[in-house]
Design a protein around this ligand. Structure first.
Ligand code: B1M
Length: 214
């Protein structure tokens, strides 16, 4: 099976809620020495994006999305297991969280995994995390970067609350902030005063490394 077919099959396995097939594809891709991160991005994650469209058009319902999420998490773990997570805490430290009111954490998890593999200590605070907790943990762990993920138009406003709160507490300059998530844009990042916007996990790695160099 060619690389593009493998990506197609990975997308289909997610859409079919077929975990056995998703794992078979993973093994097949590894046997063919396909980059697991590319498989995650162009295969399984692309499947989740398509699932979102099917959800909107009423072709699938919430239980299917939940099941697909379970498969995504297992596949992400498999990908993470192939990556070298040693050598952490050398280049810098960051916190990552999905904002309050938002349960979407698949993308945030992928971003955290990839950043970890690039020699950065990542504290993943999970999902539905309040601004207060994010700031408290940033102070406690003395991180360089605070990253937040928001998947809902109603929760991305928490990213602005974070910026406001950091300024109100007089600690905005201590941290670099990055924002991401499907509804988030560069324009939004500029509007709220975040240091950077990242479209996907690969860009997040690049941006984090650049910010740490500054
Ligand atoms: Co929800 N959901 N969902 N959902 N869901 C969306 C986001 C939605 C766009 C679907 C749709 O209607 N088309 C829509 C939001 C509409 C909007 O606000 N504009 C939506 C809705 C409405 C809802 C509910 C309200 C549904 C309901 O209850 N009626 C509800 C909300 C619950 C809540 O949060 N309070 C809900 C629930 C759920 C599930 C629980 C079923 C499940 C989430 C499970 C979980 O994450 N644990 C779910 C899912 C799976 C989705 C979709 C289908 C897929 C999201 C995903 O995982 N994508 C999603 C549709 C879509 O996004 N197209 C949808 C794959 C993932 C790899 O991509 O998360 O975008 P993504 O992450 C990318 C980039 O965005 C970026 O890098 C990642 C990897 O490349 N990135 C960052 C993300 N965070 C970053 C942070 C960074 C940098 C980059 O730096 C810090």
């Amino acid at each position: 099976m060619g690389k593009e077919n493998i990506f197609e099959e990975a997308i289909q396995a997610i859409l079919d809620c077929d975990d056995d097939r998703a794992f078979e594809i993973f093994d097949e891709a590894m046997a063919q020495k396909i980059d697991p991160v590319e498989l995650l991005a162009k295969g399984y994650s692309a499947g989740m994006t398509e699932a979102g469209e099917q959800f909107v058009s009423g072709e699938i319902f919430l239980p299917e999305l939940v099941f697909m999420t379970e498969i995504m998490k297992k596949v992400t773990e498999k990908v993470e297991a192939t990556l070298d997570l040693g050598n952490t805490a050398k280049k810098g430290k960051m916190i990552i969280a999905t904002v309050e009111g938002d349960v979407h954490d698949i993308g945030k998890g992928i971003v955290a995994s990839l950043i970890k593999t690039n020699g950065i200590q990542v504290y993943d605070l999970g999902r539905e995390v309040t601004v207060d907790t994010i700031i408290e943990k940033a102070e406690e762990y003395q991180v360089d970067i605070i990253g937040t993920s928001a998947l809902l138009t109603t929760t991305m406003t928490e990213q602005r609350v974070l910026e406001e709160e950091l300024r109100a507490r007089g600690i905005r300059d201590k941290y670099k902030t990055i924002v991401g998530g499907a509804p988030v844009t560069q324009k939004w990042a500029d509007r709220i005063g975040a240091d950077a916007y990242c479209e996907d996990a690969m860009e997040a790695v690049k941006v984090v490394l650049e910010l740490l160099e500054k």
